[in-house]
Design a protein around this ligand. Structure first.
Ligand SMILES: Nc1ncnc2c1ncn2[C@@H]1O[C@H](COP(=O)(O)OP(=O)(O)OP(=O)(O)O)[C@@H](O)[C@H]1O
Ligand SMILES: [Mg+2]
Length: 212
């Protein structure tokens, strides 16, 4: 199974999500590999930090350009391949989507983030000519934890996503939490921390991705 974490917006939480999903999958005893297709190399950096700790290693590799063939090969060798792709109409995003089972697209609930969904819809229309089964999950990331605001924010996000027929709205939500930042610096995943709120967020998303 190939899971691509991608969107056309920088800083929407792609790398954070990709690394956290990789740890959660490996904790479920699935043979997982993480592909860093972003020249920034943030996922590789995270993995390097992890390798300097006692935590179990997550096989991570850099791949650039057209990912169709490299991902097919990795898919044969692993149960789950997670791909962190660079934003904005990159060759990596488009080629990975051609062979992906699921594209998980994290977006914050902000006008500038959500406006990029139109471009994503266009890309998905093209990709589905080659990969008609591609599932596209729009994941609300960096959500506010402020109880006075969060329901309204969720409502706005849901309403906007529902105007796109080609997308599925992920039921699970990723909130803005310090622990996500700490985990990137520590080479860990939130499922390995005592923060059960964050751990449940990742776990719930994973259930949705794996079991529909
Ligand atoms: N759930 C979260 N809570 C708090 N901070 C977060 C969360 N997710 C991501 N961040 C922070 O937001 C910033 C952007 O996150 P990240 O690097 O994962 O995004 P990205 O989409 O991969 O960015 P880029 O487009 O540069 O690759 C980072 O500083 C990260 O620590
Ligand atoms: Mg990134």
């Amino acid at each position: 199974m190939i899971l691509v974490v991608g969107s056309n917006k920088g800083g929407s939480g792609k790398t954070t999500l990709a690394t956290n999903l990789a740890v959660a999958l490996s904790q479920r005893n699935l043979k997982v590999c993480l592909v860093d297709a972003d020249p920034q190399g943030s996922a590789m950096y995270w993995s390097g930090v992890r390798d300097s700790t006692p935590a179990s290693s997550i096989g991570t590799m850099m791949r650039r350009g057209n990912l169709v063939d490299p991902l097919r090969v990795l898919d044969q060798q692993h149960q789950i391949v997670i791909v962190d792709v660079p934003g904005r109409n990159s060759q990596e995003l488009l080629s990975a989507a051609i062979v992906a089972d699921v594209l998980i697209a994290p977006h914050a609930c902000s006008q500038l983030d959500l406006e990029t969904l139109q471009e994503l819809e266009e890309q998905v229309r093209h990709v589905r000519q080659m990969n008609p089964r591609l599932r596209v999950l729009i994941y609300q990331a960096l959500a506010t934890t402020n109880p006075a605001l969060r329901n309204r924010e969720r409502g706005d996000f849901r309403d906007y996503v529902s105007t796109f027929e080609s997308f599925e709205l992920a039921k699970s939500i990723g909130y803005q939490r310090l622990v996500y930042r700490e985990c990137i610096s520590a080479g860990t995943g939130v499922v390995e921390t005592a923060n059960s709120h964050a751990a449940n967020e990742i776990s719930n998303l994973l259930d949705e991705v794996l079991h529909g």
